[in-house]
Design a protein around this ligand. Structure first.
Ligand SMILES: Cc1ncc(CN)c(N)n1
Length: 220
């Protein structure tokens, strides 16, 4: 019998493959992305990660299994590290000020995505772990696939650090720990429940595409 993670992967792979060719992602790799678009993305993704960490912390407070609780704490810490090493330095470089941060709101598509994940986490911890894993895994997959496709050409893109952050051993290993914990906690679930998890995962992959698309229409 295949693991749940293998089924999730099969369901999301076509969507992630499309995302890896998304106009915004391809322009980042080619170095042709207008800075205004990247700026808008960084700011929205910063807000996104703040709420994502809150969901992980809320889930941590609900976890009864010590291993799951420890994992959720580490996942919140890794995401904080992502925000502090990718987003904060980039936002500084891009001249995003505290005033700008304080007046900017979340994009409606991002808010809907975050509300969906929080809602699933409230329904059940396993639903939450599945929904949030999609986020981590999609970046691990897309960054790796695009880096492999562009090879050394990527180095000349001003956005190459984005790819290095998400292809790093640290990020990829943290993602693998997430996959492993999910496979462990779902060992005895029914096939109907498994199908529900696949649908949650797939829905989050669709939200992820919508998130990229928010920035395509941003004008300088
Ligand atoms: C929208 C989104 N999805 C995923 C990731 C990777 N943690 C992210 N930073 N932002």
């Amino acid at each position: 019998m295949s693991k749940l993670s293998e089924k999730l992967y099969e369901r999301a792979k076509p969507l992630w493959d499309k995302e890896s060719e998304n106009e915004f992602v391809a322009a980042m790799a080619e170095g042709t992305l207008e800075e205004e678009k990247y700026r808008a993305y960084m700011l929205q993704d910063y807000f996104y990660l703040i709420d994502y960490i809150d969901i992980l912390e809320w889930m941590h407070g609900q976890a009864e299994d010590n291993e799951v609780a420890e994992f959720l704490k580490n996942a919140a810490d890794s995401t904080r590290y992502e925000k502090d090493t990718v987003h904060i330095p980039n936002m500084k470089k891009l001249g995003i000020t505290d005033d700008e941060i304080s007046v900017a709101g979340k994009a409606p598509d991002s808010e809907e995505y975050l509300n969906y994940m929080m809602g699933k986490a409230r329904e059940s911890l396993v639903y939450g772990i599945t929904a949030l894993l999609q986020c981590s895994w999609s970046y691990a997959y897309i960054a790796k696939k695009v880096s492999d496709r562009y090879g050394d050409k990527l180095k000349s893109s001003p956005y190459s650090e984005w790819f290095s952050a998400y292809t790093s051993d640290e990020y990829q290993e943290a993602n693998q720990r997430w996959i492993d914990i999910l496979d462990r906690v779902v060992q005895d679930i029914s096939s109907a429940e498994e199908e529900k998890l696949c649908m949650i995962f797939e829905k989050c992959a669709h939200y992820e595409t919508r998130f990229w698309n928010i920035f395509i229409s941003v004008k300088p």
